[in-house]
Design a protein. Structure first.
Length: 43
């Protein structure tokens, strides 16, 4: 399974793993970190 972003810019990244559970867990954790950063910026 592959997850990540594709497009212009130097910040494009991808994660590959044959273990779907790991990819789903990683995506959830990354999403939570982004949400925390967003909340910190709003305060």
């Amino acid at each position: 399974m592959i997850t990540g972003e594709y497009g212009e810019g130097s910040m494009n990244t991808a994660l590959y793993s044959g273990q779907k559970n790991f990819v789903e867990l990683y995506k959830t954790a990354l999403s939570n970190e982004i949400e925390l950063l967003t909340l910190k910026e709003e305060n």
